[in-house]
Write a protein that binds this ligand. Structure first.
Ligand SMILES: [Zn+2]
Length: 257
């Protein structure tokens, strides 16, 4: 499978990037399957660089904070009024309340029930989208939030590979379970040690490194770094707690997993 960073900015969109959005693609049978992980502000436009957003096989939503879902309103407009409109509905998977949140985002003139089919995550129940198997794990954040453990076809061999996306979370049992032995751990690291002492919301670079080590992840990609935070500082924190390869997600970056 191929991971492409559509937007990596944390908490809000930034001068160099849309907010949270990642494209995952894999070939199976005679076509390429593609899913978007979250759809933050600015992400629909940036996703057009790589895919027709109205044609993705699913949008997988980690939680309902605006910086992860605001562009579902943009996608609804694209499905209703864009080329070939109206397009078939796009499946959306998310926490309890996802449909109501989309209705809220789209406003009275929106028509989200024709744009989306919404399914609620059930912890412990995997979701199948083409060749992808997505397992949601409850994590620690101020609202219901999920990490996603995604198993899909290897880009390099006949077997499968695992990508774990943390969504937003502090270090907790759920995210460690989601990330166990993952080949790639795409981890938020919005906070900085010392500067951000509140717990139960976000990881830091240090704690993302601890997570990667505890889970025996093969590679750590740090993301969700807000525009006011120095990515190099976050990365340096992670190098102190994780000995494997560490990178910082930037728009357009890709990995063959
Ligand atoms: Zn959040």
């Amino acid at each position: 499978m191929k991971l492409t960073v559509v937007g990596s900015s944390g908490s809000i969109s930034g001068p160099e990037s849309a907010a949270s959005c990642y494209l995952l693609q894999a070939h199976d049978g005679d076509r390429t399957w593609q899913v978007l992980l979250d759809l933050g502000p600015g992400a629909v436009g940036q996703a057009m660089r790589y895919v027709d957003p109205a044609q993705v096989d699913a949008v997988l939503v980690s939680h309902l904070h605006a910086d992860h879902i605001a562009d579902l309103a943009g996608l609804e407009v694209l499905i209703r009024y864009g080329p070939g409109a109206p397009r078939p509905p796009v499946p959306v998977y998310g926490p309890v309340g996802t449909r109501a949140r989309i209705v809220q985002l789209c406003g009275e003139s929106g028509d989200p029930d024709h744009a989306f089919t919404v399914t609620t995550w059930q912890p412990g129940t995997p979701v199948h989208v083409g060749p992808f198997v997505i397992e949601p794990f409850e994590v620690e954040h101020p609202v219901p939030a999920y990490a996603m453990r995604i198993t899909g076809p290897s880009a390099e061999s006949a077997g499968t590979r695992v990508l774990t996306y943390t969504g937003d979370t502090d270090h907790c049992a759920g995210v460690t379970l989601a990330a166990r032995d993952a080949h790639v751990l795409l981890s938020e690291a919005a906070f900085q040690e010392e500067r951000d002492q509140v717990r139960g919301i976000h990881l830091t670079g240090l704690r993302a490194g601890q997570l990667a080590t505890a889970a025996r992840a093969g590679r750590l990609i740090l993301t969700h770094i807000p525009p006011w935070t120095c990515a190099a500082t976050v990365r340096t924190e992670a190098t102190g707690t994780y000995a494997g390869p560490i990178e910082v997600a930037e728009p357009g970056a890709t990995w063959l997993i």
